[in-house]
Ligand binder design. Structure first.
Ligand code: ZN
Length: 174
């Protein structure tokens, strides 16, 4: 397992639409292992393949709160088949949008069809944090970031600040 570099906005790759996986084989499993390792190293709870530059419809998540009780979840080709009208609000952040958080409304429940780590078809009924997290990650597969739900003005301001962060050299004290 390898910890990969996480791409950050602005980056055109993050805006790319990811392609479906034809078959869950060794390469895909290796990808999922690397993604999980990368996500844990960055203290995230979800990661989409495109965030490490791989445009495949693959997501990993782990919402467990206890450090020594890992509960990894793997989603290949996830599709939301149902959403309810009721919304829930979470303050969201993203490993690809450094140091910014915003309250986002999303459907509070959804159903997702996907293939698991072994390529088996699964169906998940999600609510609360799980529902929000899977919707955030599936957005990544469509090239959508949570800041896209904010007003144009606010989004532009954030992207401007992120560009400045990227262009700044690392600070060293010698
Ligand atoms: Zn994200």
């Amino acid at each position: 397992m390898t910890v990969k570099t996480i791409l950050t906005e602005p980056n055109t790759l993050l805006r790319q639409i990811s392609q479906p996986v034809e078959q869950v084989g060794e390469l895909e499993k290796e990808l999922m292992n690397d993604m999980l390792e990368t996500m844990y190293a960055a203290n995230g709870i979800g990661l989409a393949a495109i965030q490490i530059g791989v445009p495949k419809r693959v997501i990993v998540m782990d919402l467990s709160k206890e450090e020594n009780k890992k509960l990894p979840m793997y989603f290949v080709n996830p599709v939301i088949t149902k959403k309810n009208d009721e919304k829930i609000t979470y303050e969201e952040g993203c490993l690809s949008v450094k140091n910014f958080f915003a309250e986002i409304d999303r459907p509070s429940k959804c159903e997702v069809e996907y293939l698991d780590y072994n390529g088996n078809k699964q169906n998940l009924q999600a609510e609360g944090l799980l529902a929000t997290c899977i919707q955030h990650e599936i957005d990544h597969l469509e090239g959508i970031l949570f800041i896209d739900y904010l007003s144009k003005l606010k989004k532009e301001m954030i992207i401007k600040k992120l560009s400045k962060q990227q262009s700044k050299p690392d600070r060293i004290i010698v």
